[in-house]
Design a protein around this ligand. Structure first.
Ligand code: NAP
Length: 400
């Protein structure tokens, strides 16, 4: 009970802090759409692309000329979205493919169907999600937030890894939609299902923290394997969508009354994902936590390499996905920076993009970092993040 209240308090405090930051930003001129070059020839999969942030993301990628596959569960809604996007963008290369992230069998079927198309995959947007969903397990018996938000995307990404392909001079990109609620989350890889005390608020926040941990390890894995691909997390802010359908009525009422002023529109919220997926400035850069189209710090615990490793191993066990990271990364230099520019796979920065200087690598730590939440391994980050408004959930002094 107390645990649940604390988790709810954390989630609403995080949301309020973001709303205040958004209000301040609006007073200072508001949000601006990233200016991106057309990208015909690129193929993107957007999970949950039939509504909310996913729909806006799919529409914006289609407008850039990409082929877009909307992966989702509600065929009628998704087909309507496909028609709408085609009309609005004059891009016919938008389609729907069924994928229920609450079922590993459905995810495998989706991957099989996608691969049958024999088209490359350049952008994967792990966007779909549920929040405060009524307590009901997924088809595989996972707690729903864990199963849909995290394990579903973990399995989907892992199974699509070999389909992800960069073009000459271009990396493929995995963009995972995170949330500021991860700043108030905690995560125990040995009890992902929350059997030692469940709260829906806590489960949602933990699933988002898991996605950030996963993103950083995925980035390291892809870099060490020499894949021409990068992985980053995109935090959309607080956005006026149906995600809030299960929150308590006072919050729904407040959203209805102040939504326009305080919340981002779905288009504004999607800009961070679209920027992460398509910006030339980010070519070859991964392992980033992006908020309002800028790199920011995530919760210090998300940089903990051992926590990343334990979560990955447990996720493999639960989903039956082979743990390729265990071998690949155990043979790698322990403090290989996760977000160094990718060069092994041949992705290069386009000539007109700004130079991005990585810091020199630091010597490997003498001992493995301890699995302590709240601290992170030295040397895991490699670039200077612009000072920016922090939401106040982590101390800037924790930076490596
Ligand atoms: N809105 C915010 O303020 C906010 C803030 C931070 C992070 N986010 C994140 O942004 C992402 C998008 O959320 P949203 O705000 O756009 O919410 P939304 O409007 O409720 O959209 C969620 C999408 O996820 C899909 N989905 C749900 N369960 C699924 C399943 N089992 N398999 C496949 N797809 C499934 C839904 O499909 P159906 O429509 O077919 O059910 C829907 O398209 C989520 O990951 C959310 O956590 C949102």
């Amino acid at each position: 009970m107390l645990r649940g209240l604390a988790a709810a308090w954390g989630v609403y405090t995080a949301g309020l802090a973001v709303l205040l930051a958004q209000l301040l930003r609006r007073c200072r001129g508001g949000f601006r759409a990233p200016v991106l070059p057309p990208q015909p020839g690129r193929v993107a999969v957007v999970t949950g692309g039939a509504e909310g942030l996913g729909l806006s993301t799919a529409r914006q990628l289609a407008r850039l000329g990409m082929t877009v596959v909307i992966a989702g569960i509600n065929e009628d809604k998704a087909q309507a979205a496909v028609r709408k996007i085609r009309e609005e963008t004059a891009n016919d290369r938008v389609e729907f493919l069924y994928c229920d992230l609450a079922s590993l069998a459905s995810i495998r079927q989706f991957v099989e169907n996608f691969k049958k198309k024999k088209i490359p995959l350049h952008v994967l947007i792990n966007n779909a999600g549920v929040m405060l969903a009524p307590r009901s397990p997924t088809a595989d018996g996972f707690e729903r937030h864990l199963g849909v938000n995290f394990l579903g995307h973990f399995a989907l990404t892992s199974l699509l890894l070999d389909a992800l392909s960069g073009a000459p001079g271009r990396c493929a990109r995995v963009v995972t939609v995170a949330s500021a609620t991860h700043y108030v989350a905690s995560l125990d890889p040995d009890d992902l299902q929350g059997s030692r005390g469940y709260s829906a608020h806590g489960a949602y926040a933990s699933s988002k923290m898991a996605l950030v941990l996963f993103t950083y390890r995925l980035q390291r894995l892809m870099r060490v394997r020499g894949l021409r691909a990068t992985a980053s997390a995109a935090d959309p802010g607080v956005v006026d969508t149906d995600l809030y359908r299960h929150v308590c009525w006072p919050v729904r009422l407040a959203k209805r009354l102040c939504g326009r002023l305080l919340f981002k529109t779905p288009d504004e919220g999607a800009w961070t994902s679209v920027y992460a997926a398509a910006s030339p400035e980010l070519e070859g850069r991964g392992g980033l936590y992006l908020r309002d189209e800028e790199a920011a710090r995530s919760l210090p615990a998300t940089y903990d390499l051992e926590l990343q490793e334990r979560l990955w191993a447990e996720s493999c066990r639960l989903t039956g996905v082979p743990d390729v990271a265990a071998t690949v990364l155990s043979e790698a230099i322990p403090d290989v920076n996760s977000d160094l520019r990718v060069t092994l796979g041949g992705c290069q920065q386009p000539g007109n993009a700004p130079t991005w200087p990585p810091r020199p690598q630091q010597p490997p730590p003498a001992t493995k970092p301890r699995p302590q939440h709240g601290c992170h391994a030295p040397g895991n980050r490699s670039f200077e993040i612009k000072p920016r408004l922090q939401y106040g959930f982590h101390a800037p002094s924790n930076r490596p």
